[in-house]
Design a protein around this ligand. Structure first.
Ligand code: F6R
Length: 243
């Protein structure tokens, strides 16, 4: 993949989480119309932006139909059907139901997860995601592309690192309940979205944000691949910007 000449991540630093949410909502809505597709990350970082979009739709400040369909960035493998922690459930609960948005994602209970990952990867590429919302892991992961993920990786089954499992344990009854594997959009799949909007909050993300924006584009920090995207935005508070 060659770096487009105009590739330069726009880093927008805001004073607090509310301003981060407002700026991210602007960037997300600006990249969509009612016929486009929206890529949705789970996790705590995008929640403020999702709430802000719902608020604007309800108040009439944004169109009632913000997108045609939503696509999950990733999904755990092996959770019971309908479990509240499946990313499909989380995204419906946090944003999609309120927006009346139909959401597609990989089937985390598929008998053949590798085949399901390949099928979902094709579906996402065909859908031409207009805006992909992203968070970033403390270890620089993007989606569930953990450090070491090839920069040309496709949508596939991955093993979660212990750091990621520990970070996500807060949503489960016990740490042992956090799945060990997931299906994630690959880095090449993510890079096909027309616009990327990565949101990061808090000092604990500062090292990862710095590596993603200013380090080498390297599998050691999968999020660094966004440096090669022609329309990538990173919206952070001062803490995640490094003070
Ligand atoms: C979520 C995802 C992850 C998170 C990341 C940050 O779908 O793929 O990469 O975006 O772990 O999570 P939070 O926002 O909870 O800090």
């Amino acid at each position: 993949m060659t770096q487009p000449l105009d590739a330069a991540v726009r880093h927008l630093v805001r004073d607090d989480a509310g301003q981060v949410a407002a700026t991210a909502a602007d960037l997300i809505l600006d990249g969509l119309d009612g016929s486009s597709t929206l890529g949705l990350a789970t996790g705590s970082s995008p929640l403020g932006a999702y709430d802000e979009i719902v608020r604007r739709v309800r108040s009439g400040a944004a169109p009632a139909r913000v997108a045609r369909r939503g696509y999950l960035l990733d999904e755990y493998l092996g959770l019971p059907a309908g479990d509240r922690n499946t990313y499909a459930s989380v995204i419906r609960r946090e944003v999609a139901d309120a927006l009346g948005l139909d959401v597609r994602g990989p089937d985390g209970r598929a008998a053949d997860p590798d085949a399901e990952a390949a099928r979902y990867g094709r579906e996402v590429v065909e859908a031409s995601v207009a805006v992909q919302v992203l968070g970033i892991g403390r270890n620089g992961h993007l989606g569930f592309n953990e450090p070491g993920s090839p920069l040309d990786s496709r949508t596939r089954v991955v093993r979660l690192t212990e750091t990621t499992r520990r970070d996500n344990a807060r949503f489960f009854d016990s740490a042992a309940d956090v799945p060990t594997h997931a299906i994630t959009q690959g880095l090449t799949t993510i890079m096909r979205a027309r616009r990327l909007v990565l949101i990061a909050l808090g000092e604990r993300k500062a090292d990862a944000v710095h590596a993603a924006l200013h380090g080498p584009v390297d599998p050691a920090c999968p999020a660094s691949i966004i440096q090669r995207h022609p329309e990538a935005y990173v919206v952070t508070d001062r803490g995640a910007a490094g003070g």
